[in-house]
Design a protein around this ligand. Sequence first.
Ligand code: SF4
Length: 184
Amino acid sequence: MSFKRLRKKSSLTYRPAGTSPVRRGSLRFTVRAWSVRHARALEWLYRRFAGVLLKLHGLFARIGYQRVERPVLAVEKRVKGVLFDCRMCGQCVLSDTGMSCPMNCPKSLRNGPCGGVRANGHCEVEPDMPCVWVEAWKGSRAMRDGDAILRVQPALDQSLRGSSAWLRATAMSAAAKASSGGPV
Ligand code: SF4
């Protein structure tokens, strides 16, 4: 390959530091910041909502979880997309991360920030974006179960991407209740 072509190719792949490869609307950041600021209220709301879903477990089981997934997924995607810029990883950890979605980290880090957080608390890859983990810490301090942020999250199961985390959490809670001998 000629030097000229090589230089042209490398200028396409190389991005100097300080430029953001991803353009996200500032409205996304604004809503995400609102959710983090209201982490305690959202935690309370989600607990009530999870309780309602658990009550519906019998119905879901009768109809079939697979059948109810489509409509539930549509609502989950819309609601969490607006509030958290959700990436539908299928294994939601918002309750452990101060209502700041870790999948918005360009490195998809689910166990804390990398070493590149800027002095102003922004992301090294997307300089316009506050680090999701700096936000997560802020949100967690407001939450009743905020120390859950210290839990080590397991590796992401990529096969669950695009599935409903709400239904998964419901089925898991129902199974845990059943195994402890409680009524489901
Ligand atoms: S942790 Fe996963 S399911 Fe929860 S908001 Fe983020 S991408 Fe969506």
